[in-house]
Design a protein around this ligand. Structure first.
Ligand SMILES: [Zn+2]
Length: 313
């Protein structure tokens, strides 16, 4: 197994729906704030330092500003154009960028709705990229190749996890070549069904990807040359006060063909207050200090998050 990057994911299998709804309901707030007060600002630190210290009034002082990333999966020339366009229109109205997970060579008929119209599709994506959006690679053919849930184990199906490094690299590289022919230079990879293993990470690094979007944690991590960006929401969060104070990076995964009216209203509500915090993954490439700084506070918050959601699983 020489050369295989060791994944650092603290969580076991969790129920992502329970996770998202709990965060939406603000339930981790009490746990995380209590943990923070006790360990970082409170008695524990005072005892260790041997002298009384006043409690900090702002428990989030010194934290980075929270960031939100909107990631759209299953983008291809045969996507549901009407739903895709209505979602684009909403994002453009509020000047919100997104990262589009493009399937280079879609063979998944369950997400193929229209006749192939590659030229129009590519022009549309190029326009969005010029407007600050990001084009990412979402697998290769979106085919179910194994029943391996990978590191996150959210779905017992994968295009990559469980296959050899060379097979995974061949598919990732073939997909990247197609996107390159379209005129894009993807640096972010999104595995179908959230399923990837350590060999996927190595193959991605070998194919010069810089970011992998997925992981049930709060703060981005470095896995050798790859940045792992967490992804813990499937809808726009309704309550953002505590999320903003945690200073984490939150990715919201959307599937345009599955969106309902309620989802669009939720997005609109979110954009009205949180638009300035929305970024695209590649903007993290020049945030090295933020990515590598793992202070005590972040570690404890991450542990609190992990413990809480293990119980939710
Ligand atoms: Zn997908």
């Amino acid at each position: 197994m020489n050369g295989c990057i060791t994944p650092r994911v603290p969580l076991g299998t969790v129920n992502p729906n329970a996770l998202g709804s709990a965060l939406n309901a603000g339930q981790p707030a009490q746990l995380i704030m209590a943990l923070d007060r006790i360990i970082y600002n409170g008695l524990y630190c005072n005892v260790l330092r041997g002298k009384p210290q006043p409690l900090k009034r702002d428990w989030s002082a010194g934290m980075s500003q929270a960031k939100y990333i909107f990631r759209w999966d299953d983008i291809s020339p045969r996507q549901d154009r009407r739903k895709f366009r209505s979602l684009v229109d909403l994002f453009v109205k509020y000047d919100v960028p997104a990262v589009l997970g493009v399937i280079p060579d879609n063979h998944d008929e369950s997400i193929a709705f229209e006749a192939q119209n590659e030229g129009k599709f590519v022009v549309e994506l190029q326009e969005l990229e010029r407007a600050g959006w990001e084009i990412a690679q979402h697998g290769y053919r979106h085919l179910k190749r194994t029943d391996n849930g990978g590191i996150l184990n959210l779905n017992a199906v994968s295009e990559f996890a469980g296959r050899s490094h060379s097979d995974q690299f061949a598919d990732i590289d073939a997909g990247k070549k197609i996107l390159t022919q379209y005129g894009f230079s993807p640096v972010t990879f999104i595995a179908p069904w959230h399923s990837y293993d350590c060999w996927t990470l190595k193959a991605l690094a070998d194919a010069d990807f810089r970011i992998v979007s997925d992981g049930l944690f709060l703060y981005p991590r470095m896995a050798d040359s790859l940045i792992q960006l967490p992804m813990i929401f499937w809808t726009a969060p309704r309550r953002t006060k505590v999320l903003n104070r945690l200073g984490a990076v939150y990715t919201i995964c959307l599937h345009p063909h599955l969106l309902a009216v309620d989802d669009l209203e939720g997005l609109e509500h979110f954009f009205k207050t949180e638009r300035p915090r929305v970024v695209v993954p590649r903007s993290m490439l020049d945030q090295k200090e933020y990515l590598t700084k793992r202070d005590l506070k972040k570690r404890m918050l991450e542990i609190g998050f992990s413990i809480y959601f293990r119980r939710q699983g």
